[in-house]
Design a protein around this ligand. Structure first.
Ligand SMILES: [Zn+2]
Length: 547
């Protein structure tokens, strides 16, 4: 296909009996797009049921033991076993086996290591896929074929392996815009039963498309991805997708309807290319709606800390403070591709730069939120909760008339989340009505299945008490004076500032709210590619098969 020569990668899947240079309209997943550096689709992927398919220049096996090489894969077993006998490293690291059992002569064995200990989870497969594919690329392979024999205790291990391979192949937007070549020309994925495999592969590609959108927005530098340029990117991503998009950019409207957000935007508003945008995305399934999700993603495109400025090296990585909004856009992209019939989803991306300057909002200001709650500012670096509270309030207003509503905030909110759960785990906290639905447990279970893990935390009475006003002047305090429950407190703040505290489990209209802090798991260190969490876990829970 002409597409193969394209500088820019995109996904086309066709069956194994389609030779290169031909296309079969009946089995193409995506049609050949116009060339665009913005192209957010995953690399080209070819599904095959033939291990000896001559289109590939290496074969990569990701599994836990050679016993899984059976059936159509049995002929590979001797080659791997003879190598493993003479190189004990093959039990723990990927190795390249030179053999004539595959056409390219390159067989890469990438072991998962042990899978049955208390602390093993499905990410062993992801790690082995990433390491194995890196080894293939290091060997010069440009057309690797990925083989994931069934084995081990994890139901979704093959999907997780494919997702990890796709993640490894991601090229940042800046590099695509600079015309840099992809890591491989295409990736092959082997299936014993092609037709059954295609469903899984299409789902993996849909999820990866969403994660690519999330990584592009989160990872790209604060000038390339300032609020107006994110708007332009998101517009392109959702063009003709079935997702409706509305944008508020007028500063008077923001000040009137989203006063806490507008306060954070004050300093940035004097620079046109940094001015705030509030993007709403909405998807409605074609069938009878049985659940409505309201998602708010924190989109601080750069966080200087504001007047409470971040000192020393604490500002490094703060262009990633938009990872929540990025994840919301990414999840909406997966939704637009999977098209669930029973879901309605309203997503909001408050995109604000927390700049510092003569217009900066300051400590001691008392600002009345959309919900009529007087908020005393006590640290301008706690801006994430400020930009989300009024948007969450708007979502609350819509949720009161929605079918089975569930509100969620997704944010790189607190350093405390990092020190609590580390850099690989998102944290989720439920309010009373969400807890009654076991929302956090369900998200955690989906995350565990698909390798996007969560720790569950709890909002306690101290978290509310800490944020109550200390004087007649204010109802609530932005930070409180006790920071030992640093990731739980902001959940209570958001509930109070948005008026969700009037919709607890003992109210006449309870509203379920889950609070997701992804400060640790989003990968905010600039040397890392953003993880795109929790796109996989939410897709697993709401969109994908889980059997
Ligand atoms: Zn901050």
């Amino acid at each position: 296909m002409a597409c193969i020569q394209s500088l820019f990668v995109f996904a086309v899947v066709w069956f194994s009996n389609t030779a290169p240079g031909e296309s079969r309209a009946s089995s193409q997943r995506w049609s050949c797009p116009e060339k665009s550096a913005l192209d957010y689709r995953p690399p080209e992927v070819i599904a095959t049921d033939a291990v000896g398919d001559g289109r590939f220049d290496s074969v990569l096996i990701v599994t836990d033991c050679t016993e899984n090489l059976k059936g159509d894969l049995a002929f590979l077993k001797d080659a791997v076993n003879s190598y493993v006998e003479v190189d004990s490293a093959a039990a723990s690291v990927p190795v390249l086996i030179v053999t004539d059992v595959v056409p390219s002569g390159r067989l890469i064995w990438s072991p998962t290591g042990p899978l049955y200990r208390d602390y093993d989870d499905v990410r062993r497969f992801a790690d082995a896929a990433t390491a194995g594919l890196a080894r293939a690329v290091q060997a010069g392979s440009k057309k690797p074929l990925l083989i994931r024999p069934q084995g081990g205790p994890f139901n979704m291990s093959t999907m997780v392996t494919t997702l990890a391979a796709l993640e490894y192949l991601y090229m940042p937007l800046e590099l695509r815009e600079a015309g840099e070549n992809a890591k491989v020309e295409y990736l092959g994925v082997w299936y014993e039963e092609l037709e059954k495999g295609m469903k899984e592969l299409n789902q993996a590609l849909n999820v990866e498309t969403g994660r690519t959108v999330a990584r592009d927005i989160a990872g790209t530098d604060p000038e390339r991805m300032a609020p107006p340029s994110i708007e332009a990117y998101v517009r392109e991503v959702f063009r003709d997708s079935g997702v409706e998009m509305a944008v508020i950019s007028d500063v008077d409207t923001l000040t009137r309807e989203y006063p806490l957000l507008a306060a954070v935007n004050r300093a940035a508003n004097s620079v046109a290319r940094h001015r705030a945008r509030l993007i709403y995305l909405e998807y409605t399934g074609s069938g009878e709606i049985n659940e409505t999700l309201f998602l708010v993603g924190k989109g601080i495109t750069f966080d200087t800390g504001g007047a409470s400025i971040k000192t020393g090296t604490r500002m490094v990585g703060m262009s990633r403070d938009k990872s929540g909004a990025a994840a919301v856009a990414g999840f909406m992209k997966v939704i637009s591709l999977e098209k669930p019939t029973h879901l309605r989803v309203v997503a909001a991306m408050p995109l604000v730069r927390n700049s510092v300057g003569e217009e900066s909002y300051t400590v001691d200001e008392v600002i009345t939120s959309r919900a009529g709650v007087r908020v005393r500012v006590s640290n301008t670096d706690a801006e994430g909760r400020m930009v989300m509270a009024d948007v969450l309030c708007r979502m609350k207003e819509m949720a009161l008339n929605a079918v089975n509503p569930h509100l969620m905030a997704i944010a790189t909110l607190t350093g405390h989340a990092v020190s609590t759960a580390g850099t690989s785990y998102s944290i989720i906290l439920d309010n009373g009505p969400a807890k009654e639905k076991k929302a956090a447990e369900r998200v955690q279970a989906a995350g565990e299945l698909y390798g996007d893990p969560f720790d569950i935390s709890t909002i306690r009475r101290e978290d509310y008490d800490n944020h109550r006003g200390r004087s007649m002047y204010e109802h609530i305090n932005q930070m409180g004076d006790n920071h030992v429950r640093g990731h739980q407190g902001p959940a209570a703040f958001l509930i109070m500032a948005s008026g969700l505290d009037k919709h607890g489990k003992n109210s006449s209209q309870p509203l379920a709210y889950s609070h997701l802090d992804i400060a640790g798991s989003a990968r905010v260190a600039p040397k890392q590619v953003p993880s795109g969490v929790p796109v996989v876990a939410l897709s697993g829970l709401y969109l994908l098969d889980q059997n």
